[in-house]
Design a protein around this ligand. Structure first.
Ligand code: CTP
Ligand code: MG
Length: 245
């Protein structure tokens, strides 16, 4: 590999309150035979360029996740990929979970980190490769998709502004940066009580230029139960991920 070391963090410690059907967090919902979080874990851990994957888990479910990971990777003969995976407990917000994931890498810091949402299962090697190429060249980037709908700014139930769609992008994950940049941005935010909706926003806040890598529609986030219906149309992507291993 021509660039520095690359690690990945998968945020999988949420409660899935907007999804909740049976009280289990959505990342445990079974899709194509595996819990949702297994898919991005398979994709990231089978990339040769990625040396370490931190799976940030809810503390109460960490042992269960470890057992599932052990059995899936053993069953598929993926011992080398399994060795790259470390499970660490997360926090009460996504930001806190990512901060804890970054902190867990402090003893042997990688040069670059990709931060991914477990709730986005359709993560292909092609997308990961594009993010790695960009982050190693620019230092900070995120996958994003051009907005297709016209976006309205609304107050009290009525439109107050129509935004110019041509320069609007919806942020996806992985979002990536130099490890030290991301670590600094997260630690600063935590100590000053700053909350951001994503990692790119924290990097922007520390003055970093975050470049865009074009995402794909299949890289959707499972947020509400209806998203499972949309996900069904991307079954071929899970087939592709199955083939990596
Ligand atoms: N996440 C996390 N730790 C938290 C909250 C969220 O690791 N304390 C993760 C989720 O597991 C998910 C990703 O961050 O993979 C994106 O968050 P989101 O889609 O909002 O998931 P939830 O917070 O679980 O869902 P909701 O907001 O509906 O409760
Ligand atoms: Mg959330």
């Amino acid at each position: 590999m021509s660039h520095g070391s690359v690690a990945a963090i998968i945020a999988a410690a949420g409660t899935g309150s907007r999804f909740s059907s049976d009280g289990r967090p959505k990342q445990f919902f079974e899709l194509g035979g595996y819990p949702i979080y297994i898919w991005s874990l398979l994709s990231l851990s089978t990339m040769d360029d990625i040396g370490l994957v931190v799976l940030v888990s809810r503390e109460s479910l960490l042992e269960e996740m470890k057992e599932t990971v052990d059995s899936v990777f053993a069953e598929r003969g993926l011992a080398a990929s399994r060795k790259k995976i470390q499970l660490v407990p997360g926090g009460d917000t996504r930001q806190e979970s990512v901060r804890l994931g970054l902190a867990s890498l402090a003893a042997a810091p990688p040069e670059f980190v990709l931060v991914h949402d477990a709730a986005r299962p359709f993560l292909t090697h092609a997308l990961v490769q594009a993010v790695i190429e960009e982050v190693t060249a620019t230092g900070a980037c995120t996958l994003a998709l051009k907005v297709a709908d016209t976006i309205k700014k609304v107050e009290s139930g009525a439109i107050i502004e129509t935004l110019d769609r041509s320069n609007l992008w919806a942020a996806h994950t992985p979002q990536a940066g130099r490890y030290l940049w991301l670590r600094e941005a997260h630690e600063k935010a935590a100590s000053s009580g700053l909350t951001a909706t994503d990692d790119a926003m924290l990097l922007e806040g520390t003055g970093k230029r975050v470049t865009i890598v074009e995402s794909r529609a299949h890289n959707l986030k499972i947020t509400v139960p209806e998203d499972i219906d949309r996900a069904a149309s991307f079954a071929d992507i899970l087939g592709q991920i199955n083939d990596y291993a």
